[in-house]
Design a protein around this ligand. Structure first.
Ligand code: GDD
Ligand code: MG
Length: 334
């Protein structure tokens, strides 16, 4: 099975971390987000991944120079300019010479979804496209997908106003597509699979869906980027993971609770790190207190400083001693 993995977005909601790294290359516990995602696909029998790239494509190439990631063969398809989700799929599939049924996934989705069952259902009903659905509390941030009792999709509404979604089953960002879908996508301009292609296939009766309540999180926001890591620590997805790297230096007087401290990071004397991520090579100064926040790679938090409420410190940023930030982005970014 071949899969196109969409990783070309700007990751604006995760700035400032994504000013220096594409979203899917941000670290999650001990490796880039992308390796967790592709590892999951590999376990479901995907043996070739086409990375649909744009923003900061060099970061991917440098990380995987041998065209292999998590044991799966990689191909690179670099868009000359962002083509949006459908344009990107067509561009990548053609670049890789895909002319059979294939998988597409959003590269920022953390899930235990059974891709094989979506693949099987797709063939069983003879769909042109089949998408996985997951239930969420607030569907307004996602593609909302009502179906009939057999799973035939009745409509596809991308990001409806709060309170107006017809169902709380949303597009989980995992699709099985026939190559005929590619021919529906106009070339030379941006085309959104959610706003144009899927509604057109619905109109022809060819879009099907498979509901799943397996673990599923879109890691594209500060809150969810933190959540996927806390879930791994808490054992929500299997055996609990130890968040403190054996290559980190944590002073014996420091308190690290339900947090990730990545390799090369240092946590100073009497510092407190709670429900937070301290990325590789970052430094938390003596007596600093970090709560519900993310310190980016190589960033330095001065002694006695306090960061709270989803403060995000960008790669290499430096915070003075005894500062206090609540819900801040450092450096500031729109
Ligand atoms: N190559 C390429 N080119 N990739 C892109 C482009 C582009 O122009 N635009 C976005 N992407 C990639 C992003 O990097 C990401 O991996 C994926 O496409 C989805 O984009 P997001 O920006 O994360 O979209 P979203 O989270 O708001 O919504 C999408 O995902 C939801 C589920 O996680 C939609 O597909 C929703 O319908 C869906 O519910
Ligand atoms: Mg997303």
């Amino acid at each position: 099975m071949k899969a196109v993995v969409l990783v070309g977005g700007f990751g604006t909601r995760l700035r400032p971390l994504t000013l220096t790294s594409p979203k899917q290359m941000l670290p999650v516990i001990d490796r880039p987000m992308l390796e967790h995602v592709i590892g999951g696909l590999g376990r479901h029998g995907v043996d070739e991944v086409v990375l649909s790239l744009g923003y900061k494509e060099d970061v991917f190439r440098e990380a995987y120079p041998n065209s292999e990631c998590a044991g799966v063969a990689l191909k690179y398809a670099v868009e000359p300019e962002p083509l949006d989700t459908a344009g990107a799929v067509r561009f990548a599939a053609e670049a890789a010479g895909i002319d059979e049924t294939f998988i597409v996934i959003n590269g920022d989705v953390f899930t235990d979804l059974d891709v094989t069952s979506v693949w099987n259902r797709h063939h069983e009903v003879g769909a042109e496209a089949t998408i996985a659905l997951t239930p969420v509390d607030d569907p307004s941030r996602y593609g909302v997908v009502p179906t009939d009792t057999d799973g035939r999709v009745l409509g596809f509404v991308e990001k409806p106003p709060v309170g107006e979604a017809p169902t709380n089953w949303i597009n989980a960002g995992t699709y099985v597509l026939e190559p005929s879908v590619l021919r529906r996508i106009e070339t030379g301009r941006k085309v959104s699979i959610e706003r144009e292609t899927f509604p057109a296939i619905v109109a022809d009766g060819g879009l099907w869906a498979v509901q799943s309540d397996a673990y599923w999180v879109d890691a594209g926001t500060p809150e969810t980027y933190l959540q996927i890591q806390l879930d791994l620590l808490d054992g929500v997805r299997g055996p609990a993971v130890d968040g403190i790297s054996t290559d980190a230096t944590v002073d014996p007087s420091a308190l690290v609770e339900r947090s990730v401290v990545m390799s090369g990071a240092t946590v100073g004397a009497n510092a407190v790190v709670r429900e937070s991520v301290v990325s590789m090579n970052a430094v938390v100064g003596d007596g600093a207190v970090i709560e519900g926040s993310v310190v980016g790679p190589g960033a330095i938090v001065g002694a006695g400083s306090r960061l709270a409420a989803m403060t995000m410190v960008g790669e290499g940023a430096q915070i003075e001693d005894n500062a206090a930030y609540v819900g801040a982005k450092i450096p500031e970014s729109e």
